[in-house]
Write a protein that binds this ligand. Structure first.
Ligand code: SF4
Ligand code: SF4
Length: 112
């Protein structure tokens, strides 16, 4: 198994999660982060750190799409290991639905 970042991260990107990951396996896109499933050691410490509750174990039902997306984009986006300021409008997009269809961007973020 692995943990994956899901829709709730899109446009929120609080980055609290990256500080606690012991293996630095988060990667930064333009408006969300992903986990590299082959680097994640399933420790679970990031899950409760996410204010948007975006991080879930892939053993939950219906997360195939997100596992695929985390796998694909963690190979393309830069590594992020330190938290940074979230977008100014992050709180407005917290709990919003259908963020993937509305906002997902395949572009890379800045990383660190
Ligand atoms: S803490 Fe949650 S919302 Fe913030 S970047 Fe990490 S996964 Fe995304
Ligand atoms: S479960 Fe552990 S190893 Fe995997 S992303 Fe979260 S903090 Fe990192």
């Amino acid at each position: 198994m692995t943990y994956v970042v899901t829709e709730a991260c899109i446009k929120c990107k609080y980055t609290d999660c990256v500080e606690v990951c012991p293996v630095d396996c988060f990667y930064e896109g333009d408006n969300m982060l992903v986990i590299n499933p082959s680097e994640c050691i399933d420790c679970g410490v990031c899950e409760p750190e996410c204010p948007a509750e975006a991080i879930l174990p892939d053993t939950e039902d219906g997360l195939e799409k997100w596992l695929e997306l985390n796998t694909k984009f963690s190979a393309e986006w830069p590594n992020i290991t330190q938290s940074k300021e979230p977008p100014a409008d992050a709180d407005e997009h917290k709990d919003e639905e259908d963020k993937f269809d509305k906002y997902f961007s395949p572009d890379p973020g800045e990383g660190d």
